[in-house]
Design a protein around this ligand. Structure first.
Ligand code: ZN
Length: 477
């Protein structure tokens, strides 16, 4: 299907790779394919139980003394399809389409994120006419579900201290840093006792949410915190005890809805206060979150009510836990430097469990927020457990790889690249943590609508990125 597209070697490998199902957690066949490729060419290679693959090609003549270069991408893709598509992406390959300008897949995601990195890597390993230093191609698994492959990757076969990550979707934007993160799970013990009153359900719904890294600066509402504000208002209007309070699905998503069941002495007051708060939020969020909705309904009891002290402590947590953007970067305009997002809230019989995802470009500010959240939780009689800690990829004021990439990009395109950093986590962050002194940068061709069945890879942009890559390697002497 893609045989007419240039560069032929890249699209040829891309098409072959797309024939193999390779959704996250289903990367065995894709890893085997790369291993077979390496075996056939007698290239040094490594494959681990997580399906991470490393393939190494010696330097070409004249480049023996040059510093090795690591090229990196991920094997797995997000599988999504249109409602009418009958494919089973666990077992079926993609059906590729092109009009010469773009490449897409019929009814499904294309997995250009990050199949194009695999194609670039294989094309370079396969070529016999391109000069380059020792090439170390690293293809990780399960990036899309939390960088699981990169987390367990054994980097000991790698000699390179320069890494080119090919998991960006915006040509001309070079990513040079990302935030580190950690999950703080706050547990607050609860006591329960009977309380005479009506059971009411209160809810906040209709919010837009979004990824807690990329979208935290959009001013969107956090359902749990808005619900917390409502409950604090109600508590001053009538005697009230919490039964349960919950919301959110994922620690890395801004929660779009939350609900509480309470026992209240005076239900009529609740209904009125909820309606008033609904109007207040609709005004407050008319730009950032216009469909926010607050509701109150009579309901059946959900649990024995918390006692007065436990109710107070839970409401205090929701009122005081820091949330959202805390600092913006003074170095890279528009970049969120430090933030946190209360993503999951659950009530158990004897404890409230709240998970907040802390991110910062600086380890020291991550630590500051961990301390702030811990301090509050401990005051409320609870404790904090930290999980999923990963280091920041800190911007290097001095980066020879960025200088070379910028020089070649400027010559080839006549423009300056945009030097960016992101507030989400990327594999470069994990790898920087594992390889001290790593100089890395992330780039890639234009890909539109990634993670959706409308995903489109730009053919010309792919060709330009290939020229950039091969020229950067040629000059890496
Ligand atoms: Zn990706």
């Amino acid at each position: 299907m893609l045989e007419k597209l240039e560069p032929k070697c890249v699209f040829n490998w891309f098409e072959k790779f797309c024939a193999i199902p390779h959704g996250s957690r289903n990367t065995k066949a894709a890893a085997d394919f790369v291993v077979r490729f390496a075996e056939e060419r007698r290239l040094e290679h490594y494959c681990d139980a997580a399906d991470n693959v490393i393939v190494i090609k010696p330097a070409t003549a004249g480049y023996e003394g040059a510093e090795p270069v690591i090229l990196q991408g991920h094997l797995d893709m997000v599988c999504a399809q249109t409602p009418s598509c009958t494919k089973n992406l666990e077992t079926d390959g993609l059906t590729l389409r092109t009009d010469g300008k773009n490449v897409w897949a019929d009814g499904t995601t294309l997995g250009g994120d990050d199949g194009i990195a695999v194609a670039f890597g294989l094309a370079l390993l396969d070529a016999d006419d391109l000069p380059h230093p020792r090439l170390e191609v690293v293809l990780t698994s399960d990036e899309e579900i939390g960088m699981l492959g990169a987390a367990v990757l054994d980097v000991s076969p790698l000699q390179g201290r320069k890494l080119l990550n090919l998991d960006s979707e915006d040509e001309g934007v070079f990513t040079t840093g990302c935030a580190g993160g950690v999950m703080a799970v706050c547990r607050i013990p609860l006591r329960r006792e009977p309380f005479s009153g009506e059971s009411w359900e209160l809810s906040v719904t209709g919010l837009l949410g979004g990824h807690s890294g990329e979208m935290i600066d959009r001013g969107r509402g956090n359902a749990m915190l808005l619900l917390g504000r409502l409950l604090r208002k109600l508590e001053t209007a009538t005697a009230l005890r919490l039964q349960i309070v919950e919301g959110g699905e994922k620690d890395n998503a801004i929660p779009v809805s939350a609900r509480a069941v309470v026992s209240a002495a005076d239900g009529a007051v609740l209904e009125k206060a909820a309606a008033a708060f609904d109007a207040e939020l609709k005004a407050e969020y008319r730009i950032a979150d216009p469909d926010v909705q607050v509701a109150a309904h009579r309901c059946d009891a959900a649990a024995v009510p918390m006692d007065e002290d436990s109710t107070r402590r839970v409401l205090c947590l929701l009122a005081c836990i820091p949330n959202g953007v805390q600092e913006r970067s003074m170095e890279i305009p528009g970049l969120t430097q430090t933030s946190l997002n209360l993503g999951i809230l659950r009530t158990e019989e004897t404890a409230l469990c709240a998970t907040t995802c802390i991110r910062s470009s600086f380890a020291s500010q991550k630590e500051m927020l961990v301390d702030r959240v811990s301090c509050l939780t401990e005051q409320l009689g609870g404790s904090v457990e930290l999980t999923g800690d990963y280091p920041a990829w800190e911007f290097r004021p001095d980066s020879p790889l960025r200088t070379l990439m910028t020089e070649v990009y400027r010559e080839q395109s006549g423009r300056e690249p945009e030097i960016a950093a992101i507030h989400g986590g990327v594999e470069c962050g994990l790898l920087s943590g594992k390889i001290p002194g790593l100089d890395c940068i992330s780039c890639g061709p234009d890909i539109a609508d990634v993670h959706t069945p409308q995903e489109k890879l730009d053919v010309e942009s792919t060709a330009r990125t290939w020229r950039l890559l091969t020229e950067v390697l040629r000059r890496s002497k």
